[in-house]
Design a binder for this molecule. Structure first.
Ligand code: HEC
Length: 141
């Protein structure tokens, strides 16, 4: 009897520690489950810019249209966040891009004068045009 009485506190300790780890495990499962669930909610990023386009935009547009650029230009178009635009929005932006390029509206006049090196060449504009067209046709697949 004495032995059993001595054993009870020991057993209680074990029970407590087991319950403790069980609770810890439960908390871990719940936390993992919630983070996984919320992870599934963040949609996967939209396609990145192809390398050749990225090069042109980096030189000609990203001085302004990136997270390092001005507020106004960033708000209109931000290449740093390109993959965070939905594919739909990417298409809209692509249309805007080719439209301003074909009208020589971008880069802005004062930037063309002070930094002529950022003006995209005819060949580069043709590459951009092809890309915009390819985005349009990817619709119909
Ligand atoms: C020197 C800075 C600068 C450079 C370089 C520049 N932009 Fe802009 N861009 C701006 C600013 C500022 C605005 C916002 C103008 C406004 O809201 O009136 C703008 C607006 C735009 C818009 C929205 C236009 C509209 O009418 O809605 C597009 C599209 C655009 N830029 C594309 C480009 C592309 C493509 C390039 C590169 C070939 C480029 N920009 C280079 C400063 C720049």
């Amino acid at each position: 009897m004495l032995i059993i009485n001595n054993l009870i506190p020991e057993i209680m300790k074990i029970v407590k520690s087991v319950t403790g780890s069980f609770l810890l495990l439960l908390v871990l499962i719940v936390v993992t489950a919630t983070t996984t669930a919320s992870g599934q909610q963040t949609k996967k990023p939209s396609p990145a810019l192809p390398d050749d386009l990225n090069k042109i935009f980096t030189n000609s547009c990203m001085p302004c249209h990136s997270s390092k650029g001005g507020m106004m230009s960033q708000a209109r178009l931000n290449f740093t966040n390109w993959t965070q635009y939905s594919t739909e929005k990417q298409k809209e932006k692509a249309e805007d891009i080719i439209s301003v390029l074909e009208k020589d509206k971008m880069p802005p006049k004062n930037a063309r004068e002070t930094r002529p090196g950022i003006i995209p060449t005819k060949e580069q504009i043709a590459i951009i045009k092809n890309w915009v067209d390819s985005l349009k046709t990817s619709d119909k697949k």
